[in-house]
Ligand binder design. Structure first.
Ligand code: ZN
Length: 133
């Protein structure tokens, strides 16, 4: 895997209405995009911090991945996303290295990015995402 940067950090929140103003104050920048990703049953809000983004995640469904995460662990850091050239190739490389995958192939994520997840069981507890344009 050749990772160029931390693309974003995903943070699970109970509700965007209160989390967005907090992050706008904290980071001194406006939320530049709010988007629903139906596939993942989430509503996302994005902030730029240098080359990296903060992605807030609010669930659209208590049974979705973020809904379950909130129920189990409460709000907090959900995943870290690394930018790679090509998600499919990075996933294949990870699998070859013995890392357990959630996604065998890339799929469409927020902001039109191609994304794929590695399983936290083999990433020292950190849900890890690859993404590419
Ligand atoms: Zn993400």
């Amino acid at each position: 895997m050749k990772v160029s940067k931390i693309e974003h950090i995903g943070i699970a929140v109970e509700n965007l209405e209160t989390a967005i103003p907090y992050y706008e104050t904290l980071l001194g920048t406006k939320c530049y995009a709010v988007e629903e990703v139906i596939d993942q049953k989430v509503k996302t809000a994005f902030f730029k911090v240098g080359e990296t983004k903060i992605e807030l995640l609010q669930t659209l469904d208590p049974d979705g991945p973020i809904g379950k995460f909130l129920e189990k662990k409460g709000p907090g850091i959900h995943h870290i996303a690394f930018a790679v050239d090509q998600v499919d190739a990075a996933l294949a490389e990870a699998e070859e290295a013995g890392i357990q995958l959630i996604d065998k192939k890339g799929r469409k994520g927020a902001e039109g990015l191609n994304i794929g997840f590695l399983h936290p069981k083999s990433t020292f507890g950190v849900l890890t995402e690859f993404c590419s344009e």
